[in-house]
Ligand binder design. Sequence first.
Ligand code: PLP
Length: 402
Amino acid sequence: MADAIYLDNNATTAVAPEVREAMMPYLTDLYGNPSSIHTFGGQVMKEVDRARGQLADLLGCHPTEVIFTSCGTESDNTAITSALECHPDRRHVITTRVEHPAVRNLCRTLAKGDRGRPAYRLTEIPVDADGEFDMAAFGNALDDDTAVVSCMWANNETGVLFPVQDIGALCRDRGIPFHTDAVQAVGKIPMTLSDLPIDMLSVSGHKLHAPKGVGALYVRRGTRFSPLMLGGHQEASRRGGTEAVAQIVALGKAAELAKANLGKENTEVRAMRDRLENGLLQSTPGARVNGRRDLRLPNTSNISFEYVEGEAILLMLDQHGICASSGSACTTGSLEPSHVLRAMGVPFTAAHGSIRFSLSVYNTMEEMETVLAVLPPIIRRLREISPFGRQDSPAAAAGPQP
Ligand code: PLP
């Protein structure tokens, strides 16, 4: 969308022009199969390995520790099921209350004993009102029966960062595999996996300016591993299926760009996010930030505008060409606040009016000023017509619904 102000980068990102250019030859002339013996295939294999090196460079690990997959969801599923298969005698899974459905739904399915597996015991570690990980509850939950711990690095809705180093250290002490879903963290904060007690880590291409349909899983050398996709010998027999060469080349290039832009994420992107957030807090009564402000990704701001519907805000922003997302999902006809905000205990009237702004290096400060001019009048107008908007209204007096 050429003229849109795109503030929904945690949902997906634009493919960077350099990435598009890098992948194009593999969609046209260089269509060889990397596994082929002939030179035509061999030259393509070299590019797959180059991409592996580029991604390893961003992650701070060895290239042989990178397995290409089709998406973040596949990486999450591979990591967790691999740990379970490698520890068949253990029946306890630990995750958190605020994971993305890619981890949450898998873990809940495991707890039900679906898909021919006996049921696992599942512990979902709580978070506090700031979205912070409950380390004490985690320490108490770990036991000798724990087959895997899966805790995200950065939350997709609030940007709140979890202490993966401390979580991983406790797991390592007890010989428990630790996986982190770092789909939102990779490319936004620096990381050196060789120095961290993380056994497996998930990456998604489309969150860092590569196209959809490619991801990666980091598996630390020495970690016991069992593939999800059985097939050919691709990816050193760790993920069957002919490599999606163009997408892999794209992810490699995107990783190279992300590494070069890490400084900008922490300066320019952070400054734009803070300008937007502070401007909205100052201009709009009843606005509050969800998630601990000093422990977040630099690009994410989740703001609740009390007594207004988030979906209504989004629709009106959309009329001005501004793309963001809300913290509630329209399920079964009712607007259910997100499980993340519910886990943080955000009150009903605030959770319903929550908006997530997620920026990228392609945004500008001018765009932030446009949003600051457009959004406060939208909130005022919606409050005028909302049954909860006027503090003296019977609906407001009745308080939140159950
Ligand atoms: N994990 C997190 C934290 C995410 O935000 C997402 C996507 O929104 C995923 C996993 C899933 O990634 P993909 O869309 O590549 O399957």
